[in-house]
Ligand binder design. Structure first.
Ligand SMILES: [Zn+2]
Length: 167
């Protein structure tokens, strides 16, 4: 990255942040030669490596398409799906690596999808986690139910975890 003032061929990154769309990174840089500061907007490519070894660029549309199937008949809007795809992209980009494996995307989908719709989550998890038996569903549902109960207990004013004794 050349300095735009003196054309020095090197610069020091003093701050980086992901732009709101999650697809680019804004970096604040300082030139070690002239000391002046400038910023750059970098769109980093993100490659998905499939189990077969094939590679393709990360696509939010593909995330949406995959999740939409699990959301059929559920009260989930296009906006919800777009936001979920954005969260997924931010999560996988946060790893900082330019190459990610397809299963990492599946993993990044599970959390936000569970927040969005638990039925869609169970459907997606059953395919993604390759549930092979009713017991797999029962376990997943038991986990969700335990969390509901803990939440309800808190709302009723009965904390699920007893307060620690004071010093
Ligand atoms: Zn310079």
């Amino acid at each position: 990255m050349h300095c735009p003032f003196c054309r020095h061929g090197d610069s020091r990154v003093i701050d980086s942040r992901t732009a709101e769309d999650g697809a680019s990174i804004r970096r604040r840089r300082q030139c070690p030669a002239c000391g002046r500061r400038f910023s750059t907007l970098e769109t980093s490519s993100l490659t998905v490596v499939k189990r077969s070894g094939a590679q393709q660029p990360f696509s939010r549309d593909k995330v949406v398409a995959g999740v939409r199937k699990a959301c059929q008949g559920r009260p989930v809007s296009d906006d919800d799906l777009a936001l979920l795809a954005q969260q997924v992209e931010e999560t996988v980009r946060a790893s900082g690596s330019a190459q990610i494996e397809a299963h990492e995307i599946g993993l990044a989908i599970l959390g936000p999808l569970r927040e969005l719709d638990e039925i869609a989550y169970l459907r997606f998890a059953s395919v993604y986690s390759a549930f092979t038996s009713l017991e797999d569903f029962e376990r997943a549902i038991a986990t969700l139910r335990a969390e509901h109960d803990a939440l309800r207990a808190e709302e009723d004013g009965h904390p699920s975890v007893p307060p620690a004794a004071g010093p």
